[in-house]
Design a binder for this molecule. Structure first.
Ligand SMILES: [Zn+2]
Ligand SMILES: [Zn+2]
Length: 329
């Protein structure tokens, strides 16, 4: 079968012949129909993700058909153990004994067939197609998982920093939950899009947006902020944008060290939290919200396996507004 394989860091990924998966006991074979592409794939190709063994089949945002039942499914990509304290408490995204993540630390789904633990399959509702299924996990659930950490948002000011696919979905989720959203981005086009999606205000991160946020929130500051930029210099600024007792949730990241305004975090009692990926429950919630059209997907491009490398170039260049999905026949 064909697969999109990363053979060496800083080299183009290519489509090559790959052996069909062996189905082990307790596993299910899935015929892949769609798989989202994102900045993580770009980081993988650049050799910037630790713990990766090459060659690697990419693809961590998959949906397809359960070969045994013929039913459409979303695949949960983390091979979590199901038994550790984090798994038992419903945080399988941060499993203590994980066997890896499809497309990152285990072979992924940018291929025709994968075999995964039966518990990794989440049924895709009839009203949604495979693209929606793929992005339910890779985009909507990631955003949801971070926003759950925000606590109550009804009628509260929440900043969404970074308006890529995740940020634009985050705005829609927060609006659906009754929050007052302040979107922040350097791009005027993305700020305009944020306002169209229901953000109450949009600020330019090029300027002194801390003062702007204060003014918008009546001098108090926002209840919370979620950072999708992964640009460390923003985090200190977001800490200054939230009110006393506010919360800053980090989703984007880079390697290296983050410097924080120490005294302000302590004296203002600000919570700074990390949010990684998503749980199965987040996928189910995401599918439900998408079924009820609370979230618009903003698919920018559909590509074939052969076009994946070129699509990663586009994602890396920042010229993609929404999401890119690889689709298989
Ligand atoms: Zn991704
Ligand atoms: Zn576990």
């Amino acid at each position: 079968m064909r697969a999109v394989v990363l053979e060496a860091a800083e080299r183009p990924v290519r489509v090559r012949d790959w052996p069909e998966p062996q189905v082990r006991p307790g596993e299910r074979l899935v015929r892949i129909k769609a798989c989202g592409l994102c900045g993580t794939d770009v980081k993988l190709r650049a050799g910037k993700v630790p713990g990766v063994r090459l060659p690697l089949v990419l693809g961590h945002e998959p949906a397809g058909v359960d070969v045994e039942t013929g039913r459409p499914v979303v695949i949960y990509p983390h091979l979590s153990c199901g038994r550790c304290v984090n798994c038992v408490e419903g945080h399988e995204n941060i499993c203590l004994a994980t066997r890896g993540t499809l497309g990152i630390t285990a072979h992924g789904a940018l291929t025709e067939l994968v075999s995964v633990p039966a518990g990794s399959l989440i049924e895709l509702p009839e009203a949604l197609d495979f693209e929606h299924g793929a992005l339910a996990g890779g985009v909507v659930a990631v955003s949801l998982c971070a926003l759950r950490k925000m606590g109550p948002v009804l009628d509260r000011w929440v900043i969404v920093a970074g308006l890529g696919g995740l940020g634009l979905v985050g705005i829609q989720l927060l609006v659906a939950a009754g929050a007052r959203v302040i979107a922040s981005s350097r791009s005027e086009e993305k700020r305009r899009l944020a306002l169209e999606l229901g953000a109450a205000a949009a600020v330019d991160t090029g300027g002194s947006y801390e003062e702007e946020v204060r003014a918008i929130t009546g001098g108090v500051g926002a209840s919370g902020a979620v950072d999708f930029t992964g640009a460390g210099e923003h985090v200190g600024r977001l800490i200054r944008c939230v009110r006393r007792g506010g919360r800053v949730v980090l989703v984007g990241y880079t390697s290296g060290t983050l410097s924080l305004p120490y005294a302000e975090v302590v004296m203002n009692g600000v919570d700074v939290m990390g949010s990684r990926s998503y749980t199965r429950e987040d996928v189910r919630t995401a599918l439900g919200l998408m079924e009820r059209k609370k979230v618009d997907l903003l698919v920018d491009r559909r590509v074939s396996l052969e076009q994946v490398d070129e699509a990663l170039d586009q994602i890396a260049s920042g010229t993609v507004t929404g999401r890119v999905v690889a689709v298989l026949p």
